[in-house]
Design a protein around this ligand. Structure first.
Ligand code: SAM
Length: 257
C-alpha cells in the first residue's frame, strides 16, 4: 500500500461526484491536447483518458508511476514525463508549438511558483483547470479593494481571464487536507487587455507595491515613480496598493523614472 507523501502534496481525490464535476467543467474533447500535472493514481487521469484516448502527464513520485501506467493501459495512451513540473518545459513533451489544456489537482506547496512557471510558457497554454487551496483561489480572483487582493491577483489577472468555479471540501480527498479547496479556471488572454512595455519592470513594481501593504503607494514605490507623476497618471499617491487595478499598475510601470 502507498502511504501518501506530504512532501509531494499528496491528497488523492476519492469523491466520484467531485471528479465528475471537474471533468464536466474541463469538458475535454478528443481533438484537444491535454496535459495533467500530478496524476498520482489517476483519479482524474482515467476519466480524462476515457474521453480523449490520449493524455500527457507530468509526475514526480516514481512510486506511483507503475500503478498509474497499469491502470491507464486498457483505457488509452498515457504519455508520461517523469520529473519535477517546476523544471518542466513544454518542449520536453511536445515538438510543435500548440495550445495545450492543463489540468491538475495540484500539490498545494508548489502551486504559486508553478502558476508563475506556467505563465512564463503561456504561448503553449490554451487554458488551465486547477484544484488549489480555496484561499489561494480567492486571492487569484480577488478584485481591487478586497483584503485578498495582492501580487498574485495582479500578476495572474494581467495574463489570464480568471474564474473561480466551485469549492471542494476536505472529505473529497484521502487523506483530507486541513483546508477547503476550490477549482479555478485560468485562460491566458489571446490579446493582453493592457500591455506593460517591460514585463520585468511591471513585475518588480507590483512586488514592491505589495511588499508593505500598509504604506501609501507613493511611499512604497518612491524608487520608481514620483507623487507628481502618480497624480498625472490619475492615481492618488495616498492610496494603498490594494486599491489599484491591473491597468493602474501597468500605467505606472510604463511611466517609471
Ligand atoms: N491527481 C491525483 C488525484 O487527484 O488524486 C493526485 C493529486 S495530489 C494533490 C498531487 C500530485 O502531484 C501527486 O501525485 C504528487 O506526487 C504530484 N507532485 C507533487 N509534486 C510534484 C512536482 N513537483 N512535479 C510533478 N508532480 C508532482
Amino acid at each position: 500500500m502507498h502511504m501518501p507523501r506530504k512532501r509531494f502534496g499528496q491528497n488523492f481525490l476519492t469523491d466520484k461526484n467531485i471528479i465528475f464535476k471537474i471533468i464536466n467543467a474541463v469538458n475535454p474533447k478528443p481533438s484537444e491536447t491535454l496535459l495533467e500535472i500530478g496524476p498520482g493514481f489517476g483519479a482524474l487521469t482515467l476519466p480524462l483518458l476515457e474521453t480523449c484516448k490520449k493524455l500527457y502527464a507530468v509526475e514526480l513520485d516514481r512510486d506511483v508511476i507503475p500503478h498509474l501506467k497499469i491502470s491507464a493501459e486498457s483505457v488509452g495512451e498515457l504519455i508520461l514525463h517523469e520529473g519535477d513540473v517546476l523544471k518542466f518545459k513544454f518542449q520536453d513533451l511536445f515538438s510543435n508549438l500548440q495550445k495545450i489544456r492543463c489540468i491538475g489537482n495540484l500539490p498545494y506547496n508548489i502551486s504559486s511558483p508553478l502558476i508563475f512557471h506556467l505563465l512564463e510558457q503561456r504561448e503553449w497554454i490554451y487554458d488551465m483547470h486547477f484544484m488549489l487551496q480555496k484561499e489561494m483561489v480567492n486571492r487569484i480572483v480577488a478584485k481591487p479593494g478586497s483584503k485578498e487582493y495582492g501580487r498574485i491577483s495582479v500578476m495572474v489577472q494581467y495574463f489570464c481571464k480568471v474564474e473561480k468555479l466551485f469549492i471542494v471540501k476536505p472529505t473529497a480527498f484521502n487523506p483530507p487536507p486541513k483546508v477547503d479547496s476550490a477549482i479555478i479556471r485560468l485562460k491566458p488572454h489571446e490579446k493582453l487587455p493592457v500591455i506593460a512595455d517591460d514585463e520585468k519592470n511591471f513585475a518588480d513594481l507590483v512586488r514592491d507595491a505589495f511588499n508593505q501593504r500598509r504604506k501609501t503607494i507613493a511611499n512604497s514605490l518612491k524608487k520608481y515613480i514620483t507623487s507628481e507623476k502618480l497624480r498625472e497618471l490619475d492615481i492618488d499617491p495616498k492610496i494603498r496598493a490594494e486599491e489599484l487595478s491591473v491597468a493602474d499598475f501597468v500605467r505606472m510601470a510604463n511611466n517609471l523614472f
